[in-house]
Design a protein around this ligand. Sequence first.
Ligand code: S3P
Length: 434
Amino acid sequence: VSRAHDTYVVAAGGSLHGRFTVPGDKSISHRALMLGAIAEGRSVVRGFLESEDTLATRRALEAMGVAFESRDATLGVHGVGLHGLRPPAGPLDLGNSGTSLRLLSGLLAGQGFAVTLTGDASLMRRPMGRVVAPLAAMNARIACSADGTPPVSIDASPGLRGIRYALPVASAQVKSAVLLAGLYADGETCVSEPAPSRDHTERMLARFGVPIEREGGRACVRGGATLTATEVDVPADLSSAAFFMVGAAIGAGSRITIDNVGVNPTRTGVVEILRLMGADIVLHHPRTLGGEPVADIEARCGDLRGVEIPPELVPLAIDEFPALLVAAACARGRTRLTGAGELRVKESDRIAAMAEGLHGLGIETEVAPDGITVIGGALRGGEVDSRGDHRVAMAFAMAALRAEGEIRIARCRNVATSFPGFAALARRAGLRIR
Ligand code: S3P
């Protein structure tokens, strides 16, 4: 990919308009692939997200003998049953996808074969001790490198034991890895979390017929359950919709509706935070689709003010802070984010990436180990390095709606990990992006 093809150039100004939808939910798509793979029978996944990250999961499962067929946005998964995966010929490369690597660690911890999980330069820097520790406590033969990063290597399982595990951080990936390993463990596996994180794994296990007990912040499964193939409807990804919601909130005169978006309450922190800031966001026709809450989201330009972001909303908006910090830059006054140290270990260090990018556009910030304060002001044009982080790239693209000059964003190729077609869709909605 040449440098020019990896750069967004976004002209200043404009507004967003129209009614459209965004691609399928990434978290739910990964889970549909994995649970479909170990189910009995053929599952059908409608609205599946075809992106680089979900493709990484699909390829890994194909390497272990699972067959898929896709037509339009519908995916067929030929389940091989709980014990039907076969040893892959070589290491599984999960690209940029932390969800693939962490959830597959759990799924593969209980198999009768050895496997190694790797990824791209960004993924090779991300912490894996958080999944290795509980899986090892379940008797898995699993290790990562001495500094806690990939590759993750797993030996043939000597037999897993159920565990009661209290997550040290609210992480849906760790919770999911332990629950997936629990399907292969003797007895009961229970995970409890310090604060709610996305619960798509729990909901989807139930859809595949696995008895899952949920109470308070705890979820329990028993080993040896049979998963039965099912139909999964994947809603549009709220995390992708969030860029357009922020774009509409900051772009003068904007008004958009995004159809069929997942609004699972463990994900809707972005809606609440934007409303606290004064944005005009309405959820129309709330309904349930395949066990997940869905709505059509209308967003209009509003007069934004800076806020203290309530810490309890942080895990519920964890992927939306690049976009929310752009909204903060356009708000009157200061927006303070705390309790968000997890942002430092995402696809990039998102606190550093956003501080640097905003600084380059003339916005003042104060950085802390676990957060950032953004002082709203006038956005100039300029150059931003997305650091190869899809969400940083898309957030700064939307910033151009309020900038005084053109914004050039480098290293945008990874937008395809979660949002293929972002630039084309944004252009149709009114962003002057090329
Ligand atoms: C995800 C969980 C979150 C989120 C990621 C997707 C998932 O990560 O940031 O984009 O699908 O389970 P953590 O579990 O590390 O918080």
